[in-house]
Write a new protein. Structure first.
Length: 149
């Protein structure tokens, strides 16, 4: 199976309309790994994300739809194996959902535009929020030239 990036016609860094697609459509526009994470609530292996030790300045977007999620100045090294952030870019960019899977009590975070599974948020992060958004890097896109505030 190839991880070649398909053409994603709904990806937009400016469109704020909610995205609702059937699974068949998502499969056409996401790589198999992105589909597994975003639509099946999967997780990439720890310490495999290109963004885990990534320190460039810019904006992180949802790779499924282009929604702005995090600014690079909210990223920190948590040593958890996934890219970590202490706050989203703005209210509404993230949706919070209770997650009781795997016998745990966690809070899932999803994209506020397309509801892609991103990861989880925990209350063991640094100031000023005390939060750690533990995010699958495979469902992130990055733009160092972004002026998104």
């Amino acid at each position: 199976m190839s991880d070649t990036k398909p053409i994603n016609i709904i990806y937009s860094k400016t469109d704020t309309n909610k995205v609702v697609l059937k699974d068949e459509e998502w499969k056409k526009i996401l790589t198999p790994e992105q589909y597994f994470i975003a639509r099946e609530k999967g997780t990439e292996r720890p310490w495999t994300s290109k963004f885990e030790k990534f320190n460039e300045q810019g904006t992180y977007y949802c790779a499924a739809c282009g929604n702005a999620l995090f600014k690079s100045n909210a990223k920190f090294e948590s040593s958890c194996g996934w890219p970590s952030f202490f706050e989203p870019i703005k209210k509404g960019s993230i949706i919070y959902t209770p997650d009781y899977s795997h016998g745990m009590n966690r809070t899932e975070v999803q994209c506020g535009r397309c509801k892609a599974h991103l990861g989880h948020v925990f209350e063991d992060g640094p100031p000023p929020t005390g939060l750690r958004y533990c995010i699958n890097g495979a469902i992130l896109d990055f733009d160092k030239n972004s002026t998104n505030k």
